[in-house]
Design a protein. Structure first.
Length: 104
């Protein structure tokens, strides 16, 4: 999974969207695309805890931070080297830092 790391500046240009769409098309063409999506602003986060029927909703995100996850790609990769290459390409396409994590 490749997480897109953004700040709270509301950035994002049409050129970046075009590059992201091209990257998505490349993933699809190579059979590496599983799913991708954007996330709303962290201010829309709501941590829910219903352990022991506590029914707690914080109405706020887990972390108060300038940087946050603003989207993700769920990819299929034969090996870590390929996944890292795709993460570098994704970072360039969206013009942001990304975090690569394997699924368990």
């Amino acid at each position: 999974m490749i997480f897109v790391i953004d700040d709270l500046s509301g950035s994002g240009t049409p050129e970046e969207m075009n590059a992201i769409n091209a990257f998505n098309d490349e993933l699809r063409a190579n059979g590496q695309w599983l799913f991708a999506g954007g996330l709303s602003s962290p201010e829309n986060g709501n941590v829910i805890d219903n352990r022991d029927d506590a029914h707690i909703a914080t109405g706020k995100p887990l972390f108060e931070a300038q940087e946050n996850y603003s989207g993700f790609w769920l990819i299929e990769s034969a090996d870590l080297e390929t996944a890292q290459r795709l993460a570098f390409e994704g970072s360039k396409a969206c013009n942001r830092k990304v975090e690569l994590r394997p699924l368990l």
